[in-house]
Design a protein. Structure first.
Length: 56
């Protein structure tokens, strides 16, 4: 997550940062990227909609 905050990328509009992970790692989203409260909940919701999750 720190790399995503440090290095802008053309895919940033598609990126969602987990607020729980930001807090746990002591990171600040000064880049203003989109955030979700809990990534695990967002992933579960997307999978229920038919999305697939592949961890890179």
């Amino acid at each position: 997550m720190a790399a995503a905050l440090a290095t802008p990328d053309e895919t940033d509009p598609l990126l969602r940062l987990c607020r729980n992970s930001l807090a746990a790692q002591g990171l600040d989203n000064s880049a203003g990227l989109a955030e979700v409260e809990a990534a695990v909940v967002t992933l579960a919701e997307r999978q229920a909609e038919g999305w697939a999750y592949i961890r890179a």
